[in-house]
Design a protein around this ligand. Sequence first.
Ligand SMILES: C[S@@+](CC[C@H](N)C(=O)[O-])C[C@H]1O[C@@H](n2cnc3c(N)ncnc32)[C@H](O)[C@@H]1O
Length: 256
Amino acid sequence: MYENLHIVTAGSIPHNRPKLVEFEAAPMTEIDRQPEAETEYEDHLARSESVWNRWSNWYGMSERDFEPIREELIADLEISEGDTVLEVGCGPGVNFGLIRNAIGEDGRLLAIDYSPAMVEKANRRVQESGWENVEVIHADATTADLGGPYDAVVATLSLSVMPDVERTVQNVYAALEPGGTMGVLDLQEFQSGPAKALNPLLRRFLRWYANWNSDEHVPQVITDVFGGYDQFSTYMHGTVFTLRAERPRTGEDSFI
Ligand SMILES: C[S@@+](CC[C@H](N)C(=O)[O-])C[C@H]1O[C@@H](n2cnc3c(N)ncnc32)[C@H](O)[C@@H]1O
């Protein structure tokens, strides 16, 4: 399954932990998309790179905004010491401290992001904190061979800015251990009431600000891929949500 995977030795990772992998996009023959969709995908990804490179200089101003929500989300994943965790769209590593506390010194966190400037900032955080078991990789979460299997995956404020949310979630699902969990924090439109009239404005703003992908509704994609989710909570008039989804333990995969 992971024929693109290249083993890289890393002295800092204990021998009984999974080996590190070098990332390489899946061959295009597996992707099976129309040329027009392909161009849309590439355009969205290229714009993401420039948007998030730019915002990486200002991210520190807002990185504590969702702190209590992040704490609760990561606690709900019940990550144990020694676990292997993947973070997709990690940005400058805002969640690293929480995840590192949960996995301890013997676990492993692999974090990926498509913006080189974000990866650089995340790497700086890792070095300054002296975390030897946290690695940051520059890669597209949708097409990278993610390796694994992981005990848990974290995606905060990232899935909804990716060009193909469904393929990303399928990619992540395939990298999860059966019984492994995924925690998502993300944004959505107003779901009810008079505030729905503001949705067109909200969509435009988020497309400009974050290169938001308003075509896909993350909770629906999670349902399609995982077969459902639990611990769904909403904040800020329903526009911010968290959820937890579990990969079934045995032969009940809903999309593979
Ligand atoms: C709003 S930031 C979220 C950062 C962090 N997870 C947080 O909670 O603050 C979205 C991040 O997703 C990254 N991203 C967007 N598309 C991506 C992709 N296809 N693969 C990996 N990362 C991506 C961006 O570069 C950006 O750093």
